[in-house]
Design a binder for this molecule. Structure first.
Ligand code: ADP
Ligand code: GLC
Length: 481
């Protein structure tokens, strides 16, 4: 029997390039699916950093013309096999070899090109998978293109399509002119409402929602939330049309990368049986940031994009109160300047208690997950969240807002029976957060046996991909037999 074949298409993925949790998923779910017996391949753009760091390891695959709308370009394709998964990289120097991955005026053209180049790649390879699994707006038009632009070939029409929403807040909304310019599609798809979104605009994401056989998102709670006005980002009515094909499957984490027992970035490795060794990482991090070295003070970590989504306006509102307690904060991240400025301010006002590293830093992220006692993630919305999973797996209890995947993955502390894997609050206000923060500090200082019991529960939880990958395989089977 031939293996079921699935082609992932995504704008970022480990071990090559990462700006957020999407890259974690693309670097780990395909690997687990391959382990469970599927033929899994991944297509992504070849960015500047990869051209510099990885190009020598890539094998040349093919070159071909990509023509659609205003796109008349050549694509060069390279590949590399990692952990049983074949990655294809689409090279277009002008479009992708830039400092950043996203946020350019010509993003519609860049990702229009990428999606057409992906479809053309299937022709070039004569490889037509059973399922194409697309992720977020950068790849969301592919289900639509396979059933319109490329429908002249039976092979394209026969491919089943799964589209995963990792973050509905980013939809790829562009002027309707790009329906032709970037996708090569007739204006009629705007006029009849299929591609239309707001006045004069189209949404790539809407095409994925409408044309995929199944639409998934990265937690069960977020799958329900996005049908509401509060979380639907104006897409709720479109999603409602697909309600019966909308599925929430929670993310896992890569247990090879995230293993406190073998993690090469830690000063001292540990697991549940040697949990006391976790403290050595705390002392080292305190020294690294010039904080007083004290293994008893509660160390609160943050590793995050610094954006409204992540709830940092809530936090900065009460930060001067939070800092009155016996605490230390170590924060890693970058993003919106208001939040960065606030953190710079607190760093100079409380040098003994507050450390802030502005930027993206993989080794430091590992060290913070291992060194901290509490991990703060008060997100306003959170489709799944990878950070709270890593922190629990490292025995660092998360304090989260009850939204999206945070509800599905963090069990709040129950003082009656010492159960729980973290702390959570429901309100959208800073006061609710402060209340739970106080509870977390009390638990840490006054009920250390409860804290230890929670560490044990967190570290014993299964956050691997095994179960969720099985759910994806069921889904692929359901649509493609
Ligand atoms: P999102 O994808 O919304 O940013 P997730 O929690 O799903 O949030 O995933 C974030 C991922 O990016 C985690 O693996 C986290 O460790 C990592 N990360 C976020 N910010 C940084 C940073 N400044 N340096 C290193 N890793 C980071
Ligand atoms: C998005 C979401 C995050 C999720 C990640 C991976 O970036 O913001 O919650 O964990 O995608 O699915």
């Amino acid at each position: 029997m031939t293996k079921k074949s699935v082609l992932f298409v995504a704008s970022e993925g480990l071990p090559f390039i990462k700006t957020g949790g999407l890259a974690d998923v693309i670097g780990s779910l395909p690997k687990e699916l391959a382990r469970q017996g599927l033929d899994v391949r991944v297509v992504m753009p070849l960015y500047l950093k990869m051209a510099i760091n990885n190009h020598n390891d890539f094998d040349y695959v093919s070159s071909y013309d990509v023509r659609a709308g205003d796109i008349q370009s050549m694509a060069n394709v390279y590949s590399q096999v990692v952990d049983g998964v074949t990655f294809y990289f689409i090279e277009h120097r002008d479009f992708f070899e830039r400092d950043e991955l996203y946020g350019y005026d010509d993003d519609a053209m860049r990702f229009g090109f990428f999606q057409h180049a992906t479809c053309r790649l299937l022709e070039a390879l004569n490889f037509f998978p059973n399922v194409i699994h697309t992720h977020d707006w950068h790849t969301a038009a592919i289900p639509f293109l396979c059933r319109t632009f490329y429908s002249y070939r039976e092979e394209f029409r026969a491919i089943k399509q799964v589209f995963t929403i990792h973050n509905l807040a980013f939809q790829g909304i562009f002027h309707e002119h790009y329906l032709w310019a970037a996708l090569g599609m007739d204006h009629g798809y705007y006029r009849d409402g299929v591609a239309r979104f707001h006045d004069d605009c189209i949404s790539f994401m809407k095409l994925g929602v409408l044309y995929a056989d199944k639409v998934t998102t990265v937690s069960e709670t977020y799958a329900k939330e996005i049908l509401t006005e509060e979380f639907g980002e104006n897409m709720q009515h479109v999603l409602e049309l697909r309600r019966h094909d909308l599925v929430g499957i929670v993310n896992g984490i890569d247990y090879d990368t995230w293993n406190s027992k073998t993690d090469q970035y830690l000063v001292k490795n540990y697991d549940l049986s040697t949990i006391a060794d976790k403290k050595a990482n705390k002392l080292a991090l305190q020294a690294q940031f010039g904080l007083p070295q004290d293994e008893n003070v509660i160390l609160i970590g943050i590793v995050s994009r610094l954006t409204w989504q992540k709830g940092f306006y809530l936090m900065t509102e009460v930060l001067s109160h939070l800092l009155q307690a016996h605490v230390q904060f170590v924060i890693l991240g970058n993003g919106e300047s208001d939040i960065e400025n606030a953190f710079h301010h607190f760093k100079s006002a409380y040098p003994e208690k507050f450390a802030f590293y502005r930027g993206y830093n993989e080794p430091l992220a590992h060290q913070i997950y291992a060194a901290s006692d509490l991990f703060l993630m008060p997100s306003m919305f959170e489709p799944c969240g990878i950070s709270q999973l890593i922190s629990m797996h490292y025995g660092t209890l998360p304090l989260v807002r009850e939204t999206g995947g945070l509800v599905d993955t963090v069990t709040p502390y129950n003082i009656e029976n010492k159960s729980g894997t973290g702390f959570s609050f429901g309100g959208r206000d800073a006061y609710s957060m402060k209340q739970v923060y106080d509870l977390a500090l009390q638990t840490y200082y006054d009920r250390p046996e409860d804290w230890q019991a929670m560490i044990q529960q967190a570290m014993e939880r299964d956050f691997s991909w095994t179960a969720s990958a099985e759910k994806y395989i069921w889904l692929y089977r359901e649509i493609s037999g």
